[in-house]
Every structure is written in C-alpha cells, then in structure tokens.
Design a protein around this ligand. Sequence first.
Ligand SMILES: CC(C)(COP(=O)(O)OP(=O)(O)OC[C@H]1O[C@@H](n2cnc3c(N)ncnc32)[C@H](O)[C@@H]1OP(=O)(O)O)[C@@H](O)C(=O)NCCC(=O)NCCS
Length: 166
Amino acid sequence: MSCSLRPVGRAQRAALERLTRATGRFREAEVATAVELLDASLTSDDDYRFVGAYDGDDLVGYACWGPTPGTEGTWDLYWIVVDAAKQGRGIGTQLVGEVERRLAAHGARLIVVETSSRADYAPTRAFYETRGYTRAAAIPAYYAPDDDLVIYLKDLTNGVMARAAP
Ligand SMILES: CC(C)(COP(=O)(O)OP(=O)(O)OC[C@H]1O[C@@H](n2cnc3c(N)ncnc32)[C@H](O)[C@@H]1OP(=O)(O)O)[C@@H](O)C(=O)NCCC(=O)NCCS
C-alpha cells in the first residue's frame, strides 16, 4: 500500500492521538507526549518535525524526529506509528525511508531510536533491525522493573563519520 506523505497539521491532531493510542503500545502519558510534540512542531519549534502518511485525506501513520541536543549530526527518531489496522503493508517502511532521505539530504550522521525490550515490542525491534538499525545499547529496567530501554543506531555515512574515536 503506497500512501502520500505530507505534513501533519492541526487538523490531524485528534487523528494522531487516536492512532497512537490505538496501537496499544503506549502509556497514556506517552500518547500525551506525542500530541505535545505535534503542538510544539506547529509553533515552528524546529526541534520536532513530523511527516504524515495519508490514505486519501486520512492520516494513517506518522513519524516524528529531531536533532539530538548537544550533538553534531545526530538525530532522534522519536516516534513512528502506523494505524493498527494498516500495519504490515509497508507504510512504516515508507515513513522511515522518508525520514532517512530528508536527514541524509541535511548531512545527518546518525539516527538514534529508543524502544522497549518488552515482548510486545518484538515486531517493532524486527522492523528496525531489518531496516539497517543496529542494536547499540540497553539500559536495564529503564522504563519499568521488567522493561529495558533498547537503543538502535543507523549510520547514514556508511561508517565514514560515525566511527568511535580511537
Ligand atoms: C513499527 C511500525 C511503525 C511498523 O510500521 P508498519 O507499517 O507496520 O511496517 P511495514 O509494513 O513497513 O514493515 C513490516 C515489517 O515490520 C515489522 N512489523 C512491526 N510491527 C508489525 C505489525 N504489526 N504487523 C506486521 N509487521 C510488523 C515486521 O518485522 C515486518 O517485517 P517484514 O517487512 O520483514 O515482513 C508499526 O507496526 C507500528 O506502529 N507499531 C506500533 C507502534 C510502535 O511500536 N512504534 C515504534 C515505537 S519505538
């Protein structure tokens, strides 16, 4: 399924909240954060950028990313969400490809993704791994006693600029 990729505006605020909640993956506080980041992006806050995937006029997915403060050329992919009824049809791949294309055009070096070790996130981790994201670190019990933070990296420079200093 190929969607059109367009900006996410105020008109999509309720749909974004609904989509995010409907995945069943996020705590209520996290759903609220996604909406707050959209609001921030709409007040020309360059720290948060959004792209939406649309089926006609309907928002069916989105990605949110931004520059990682205090770094040179490192960017966080903060959110990627696809409508629960439309997952597994290539929309997430389209969104992540678009984010990577935009970042590469800006000379970005690294993309960092934070996710969860929970069993229900196994398909999400597989999604990143098959799209060239490498598991770089984990922080045990970060989100909750049985819920580790897992950090994935994608090097946009094919190792040229992303090597660790000797
Ligand atoms: C993770 C997510 C964005 C992927 O988007 P998607 O449109 O379902 O992904 P695609 O169709 O482009 O790619 C499918 C691949 O993703 C993985 N995947 C993740 N969730 C999946 C799902 N619910 N259904 C099918 N495949 C899924 C599979 O490994 C599949 O691999 P394959 O291409 O080798 O078959 C989407 O499933 C989602 O919104 N999940 C819930 C929210 C979430 O976990 N977001 C990330 C937070 S860190």
